[in-house]
Structures are given as C-alpha cells and as structure tokens.
Ligand binder design. Structure first.
Ligand code: LLP
Length: 433
C-alpha cells in the first residue's frame, strides 16, 4: 500500500480520500495515485543515489502529471517510444534529461529524438548505430549515445522480464564480442558522442547478486575500451529492475541499501581495474510508481464453487480485470485485495478476484481471503498496481480503460480521464455516423 493508505471502520482512504467517496465522484474501476507517496519514493531514490542520475522508467507508468513531478523533483526520464517521448514533450520535460531506449526505434522516432535534442540515445543494434549517425548528420549537431550491452547473467525473475542472458533480443553481447565492436562503430560514426555503456538485467529482482555480476562485467568492458581504444567513457547506466512487495512474501530493499551495495561494488571494481569511476545512472520504474497506486473495483457478482476435497472458493467478479491488470495472466503475478467500503465481521473465506472479460484466465488476484459476506456493490481494492498496469492496459472486449485519479490532502484530481465509447469508436472509421 502507498504510505497514506489507511482503514477506518473498514473504509479504506488514500491521500485522505475515502475510496467510496472517490468512486461516487469518479466511477469504478479507477486507479488511485497517491501523489505524496509517488514523490516521496522518487525523492528517496534521488537522495539515496546522490551523485547518480536517476532515470524514472516511463514504461512503468507515464503521463504528463507524473513527468512534471519528476522534472520538478530533479529526476531524469527513460522513454522507450515516440509516444512516451510525446508525453515528455507535452509536459515540458527537459530533453537533455531524457534517455531514449528501444531495440527497434523507427527512423521517425530517431529523427524526433535528435530534433528534440534528447540527452542520450541507448543504441541496441548495428543497424541503429548507422541510422542514428545518418539522422544526426542530416539534422546537424551531435547525439549522445550509450551502448546497451548484455552481461550474460541469469536474473532470478520471470523469463519474460529477464534481459541479461544471451538468448534474447536486447543488447550487444559482451562475451560474444559484439559490445566492443558496437563501441568501435559508435566511435567511428560522425555525429555520435559515446557517453558509455548501459546494462539492464531484468525486472522485479530481489537478489542483488545479478546486479553485482553485471556491474563487474560491464566495468571490465568499460576498462577495456579505455585500455584498447584509448577512450575514457564518462558515464555508465546500470538499468532498473528493483523488486517491490506485491504480497507479504516479498522483502524488497530500500533505496539506501541498493545505493550502498551498488556503489561499493563499483568503487571496488574501479579500484581493482585502476580506472576512474564513471558517472553512474539507474532506471527504476516499478520501485517508484508500483506501490503508489492501487486499483479500486466494484463487485458485481459472487459465485461459490467447490474445489477438489470439498473446500469452497468464491469467485468475486469485479468491473475490470485483465484489461486493466494483465500481469496476473501474463506473468503469474501475485496480488492481494481487501474489502474497501465497509467493515465485516464475517469469517474470512478463500476467494479469487476475477474480471469481466471473456476468458477463464481473467484473474486479478488468484488467492485471497476476503470476508465471507462480500457482495455486489462492495468495493474491493488491489494495492501495488502502479507499475505496468495502466501502462499495459488494453481495450480487450472493448473495455474502457479506467481513469487515474490523483489523491492528496483529502482532494482528488484527474490525472488520466476514463475512456469513453466515443474514444473507442473514434478509431473505427468503417461506418461513419
Ligand atoms: N530500464 C530498462 C532498459 C528497462 O527495459 C526497464 C524495464 C526498466 C529500466 C525499468 O524496470 P523496473 O525498474 O520497472 O523493473 N511488464 C513487466 C516489466 C517489464 C520491464 C521492461 N523493462 C511487468 O509487468 O513486470
């Protein structure tokens, strides 16, 4: 839960706003964004990683409001598409504090990034190095570049969100020699300024040994570039991926611990390699926004089923589902849920919170104990939905994506409005009205 979440007589409030009130005003389902919590987490990373550049990973959740908060609070921004860049531009985010990612940026995206003067483009293929050099030469000026490398570590996380083993699409392999070759090509490209190396090993990671091994390997390459090519790169980006607690089973590290661990490794390795320490950056997304949002749903139906062995489980159907949170279906993610609109003395019973979509895998929370008298009209809240829920939301079954409602000091403000049927039909130009 975000830090201002509190229950009084069974009614959950966030940012001083009781959720039943929020739903009366803004409807259900809704994502609830706790401004104080978001900004406190962003500042905690900024302060713990003083001397680093902290790039918030916009893919976790991005909108103009969040981009403005980050700009005000002195963070930088990682974007990975023209769309995310457009949000940053609309928010007036300082372009020199943006890093532009992606394994297949289009020519149009590269042109836009160069035109806008994005601070650094993280290159991910030989073809892209050529394209970026051509675009920069055509438009004039120079472009700062980081070379994304693959450290060859197995991060202990879901296969789909691990990115540092060899057999996946991101980065240039250090072990295979492509990374050094990519550095050479950037150095040989007119218009490109080599700033450093970039490594991101995956997401929702708790075991810091993966970061350590990656940092060692990337620093070794950094030193090799200095020794063999005579080039001292000023920067190094160690990516994001810091895990958060979705349930009480998870035990994440605080930013201070992460910063201390990372700085110790880098200092130690640089000393051992006899090199100057590059300026470091990190790219946390989930660890900043994940805990600062929850989703509130209204219960529509409750159905009891018998399980093998005679136990019962109630299927609590809510007015959203896999269209606003695909993570349970896609990554087998664990979430929790709580009754948010009233107190109940009923004994807890095994429940599964499911959505309204046309498939059996449409599950929001797989296993949760909810009061046995949960009924239609109740509100249920799911914490920790800030990262990769609204940003991965879809219109499956022509669902209208829920709004993001900011809360602070007892007041609500709309960050993203709810979609309407008119929004959906606007793209359907087959039969004009
Ligand atoms: N930097 C790079 C280059 C990345 O690719 C990512 C995430 C991040 C930073 C931020 O990682 P974070 O700190 O948020 O873990 N949809 C998946 C996660 C995909 C992560 C993609 N890249 C999920 O819902 O778990």
């Amino acid at each position: 839960w975000s830090r201002t979440a509190a229950k009084t007589d069974g009614v959950l409030s966030v940012g001083g706003v009781p959720l039943p009130e929020l739903v009366r005003e803004h409807g259900s389902p809704a994502y609830v964004l706790d401004e104080d919590d978001f900004r406190a987490r962003a500042r905690a990373f900024r302060d713990a990683f003083a001397g680093y550049d902290v790039f918030y990973a916009g893919k976790a959740f991005l909108c103009t409001t969040v981009a403005r908060w980050l700009a005000e609070d002195g963070l930088s921004l990682d974007v990975c598409s023209g769309g995310e860049l457009a949000v940053a531009e609309r928010a007036g985010f300082p372009m020199d504090r943006i890093g532009f990612h992606g394994n297949n940026k289009t020519l149009g995206e590269l042109e836009r990034a160069v035109e806008l003067g994005v601070g650094r483009v993280i290159v991910d293929s030989f073809a892209e190095i050529e394209r970026l050099a051509a675009v920069t030469t055509e438009l004039g000026g120079t472009t700062g570049v980081l070379v994304r490398v693959t450290a060859g570590v197995e991060a202990h996380t879901h296969e789909y969100i691990a990115t540092a083993h060899e057999d996946q699409k991101f980065g240039f392999s250090i072990a295979g020699g492509d990374a050094l070759e990519a550095v050479r090509r950037v150095l040989g490209s007119p218009g490109l300024r080599l700033l450093g190396l970039h490594s991101h090993i995956g997401s929702q990671i708790f075991d810091t040994s993966g970061f350590e091994v990656a940092a060692r390997r990337v620093l070794a390459l950094h030193a090799r570039v200095g020794a063999e090519l005579g080039v001292e790169m000023p920067e190094m980006d160690l990516g994001g991926g810091f895990g958060i607690a979705y349930t009480t089973q998870d035990d994440p590290s605080e930013p201070e611990q992460l910063a201390q661990g990372m700085s110790e490794i880098v200092e130690h390795e640089c000393r051992a390699l006899g090199i100057a320490q590059p300026r470091l950056s990190i790219e946390p997304g989930r660890a900043i926004v994940g805990p600062s949002m929850c989703t509130v749903y209204e219960v529509g139906t409750v159905k009891e089923v018998s399980l093998d062995g005679g136990a019962r489980r109630s299927y609590v159907s809510v007015d959203g589902g896999m269209s606003d949170n695909i993570r349970t279906a896609l990554y087998d993610a664990d979430y929790s849920a709580t009754l948010a609109s009233r107190s109940s003395g009923a004994p807890a019973a095994l429940a599964r919170v499911v959505g309204k979509h046309c498939e059996a895998g449409d599950i929001v929370v797989k296993d949760e104990f909810l009061p046995g008298d949960v009924r239609p009209g109740d509100l249920v809240a799911v914490p920790g939905t800030g990262a990769y829920c609204r940003s991965m939301a879809s219109n499956y079954n022509h669902a209208l994506r829920p709004p993001v409602i900011g809360v602070r000091d007892g007041k609500t403000f709309t960050v993203l409005r709810r979609e309407t049927e008119a929004d959906l039909l606007a793209t359907d130009v087959g039969v004009s009205s």
